[in-house]
Design a protein around this ligand. Structure first.
Ligand code: AOF
Ligand code: ZN
Length: 363
């Protein structure tokens, strides 16, 4: 299952509204168990993971054990049911990590295979698998994208300084990790304040993964972005969506469109873009996971509205900010006092930085 999980990660963020699932077939051909076939949900979401694994295994699929990260589907959708494909191939035993919440499948995939005499093992936990398909699971249960909030803070809890411009808080190793996280999400979201102050690209720049930059979403209620900003000028190469006011001038909207930027007219609430409705609109466009990257006000709004599912905090090992910088901008919470409703579930070291992952407690 660990091997299947690694394979599933390969297409994370690239399978549209379908989860990235992997299937690994293991059979004993006389000298102990070996992998005879493997498959992952194809780019765009189809074919599913199981048919290519069966094709690769050929006659060795007969009597094999299938490790599948998600319950195989039971419905006739755009492809035939994978549960039936596994039955037809003569699979003897199936191990799955979690049941599929899609009501067309939930429990039915397992039932179909059990009825055909296949031994079913549902693994305990499945926490790692849940992370890979977090967007899909959130979309199924909450009908909105999974929201991951990423912050880089100094040891004193600052995320930047009003007087010192673009600050370097995290080290190169954690920055690479951030690029990896970008690739795993469907969209990255920032406010126009961050877009203007830092002029970021928000792309994935890991060697070999440049193609995996997600949609860039900028909240710009006051129509402040210009053609000179990278998020606008390179929108033909890396898609950008600007969420703004329905009253934004037509000249400005024309400028955006001329640069290949998608414009989304948003509802407002208390003079700000209404975030729940924005998430609804992104969800309707097939976006199932969003990484919120800045700045402090946007982070605070998402937290205040209880829209954050996980928080990734990189704590800089070598802060550039002087301890007593009076212009420091602080993170909307304190590491000694975690935001309400969140629990610490992972602590990693990237170079000199510490990286913490806080997860929303689910009932
Ligand atoms: C599998 N293996 O690799 C994936 C599955 O629109 P369709 O017909 O492609 O069906 C989408 C549903 O298929 C999706 O909601 C989920 O239940 C399942 N995804 N199932 O057996 C796979 N990606
Ligand atoms: Zn399927």
């Amino acid at each position: 299952m660990a091997a299947a999980l690694r394979l599933a990660r390969k297409h994370q963020g690239l399978t549209s509204t379908n989860p990235s699932v992997a299937c690994v077939l293991v059979n004993d051909l006389g000298q102990g168990p070996v992998i005879v076939g493997s498959g992952v949900t194809a780019l765009g979401g189809r074919p599913h993971a199981e048919p290519p694994a069966i094709d690769e295994a050929g006659e060795f699929a007969k009597g094999a054990t299938a490790y599948v990260t998600l319950e195989p589907c039971a419905h006739h959708g755009k492809t035939p049911p994978c549960a039936q494909t596994l039955i037809d191939a003569g699979i003897a035993r199936i191990v799955t990590a979690i049941a599929d919440p899609d009501e067309r499948v939930n429990g039915k995939g397992h039932q179909m295979m059990a009825d055909a005499g296949i031994e079913i093992c549902l693994m305990d936990g499945g926490a790692d698998v849940r992370r890979v398909i977090a967007g899909y699971l959130a979309a199924r249960s909450d009908k909105r994208p999974f929201v991951s909030l990423k912050l880089a803070i100094t040891k004193a809890g600052a995320i930047g300084s009003r007087t010192r411009g673009n600050m370097k808080i995290s080290c190169a190793a954690s920055n690479r990790q951030t690029h990896l996280s970008r690739a795993r999400h469907d969209a990255i979201l920032v406010g126009s304040g961050t877009a203007i102050a830092d002029n970021p690209n928000l792309t994935c720049r890991l060697p070999g993964m440049e193609e995996r930059s997600p949609l860039r979403v900028v909240l710009d209620l006051k129509a402040r972005l210009r053609e000179s900003h990278d998020l606008i000028s390179n929108a033909l190469e890396f898609p950008t969506l600007v969420a703004g006011s329905a009253d934004a001038s037509s000249e400005w909207q024309t400028m955006l469109r001329a640069n290949g930027v998608q414009f989304l007219a948003c509802e407002t609430h208390d003079g700000r873009i209404a975030l729940p409705e924005l998430l609804d609109d992104l969800y309707a466009r097939g976006i199932q996971s969003v990484m919120v990257e800045g700045g402090a006000a946007i982070a605070e709004s998402f937290l205040d509205e209880d829209l954050v599912d996980e928080i990734i905090v990189h704590i800089g090992g070598e802060p550039e900010l002087p301890e007593n910088d009076t212009c420091a901008v602080f993170a909307p919470f304190n590491m000694n006092e975690l935001p309400r409703g969140f629990e610490l579930c992972q602590s990693l070291q990237f170079g000199v930085d510490q990286s913490l992952r806080l997860q929303r407690k689910r009932p």
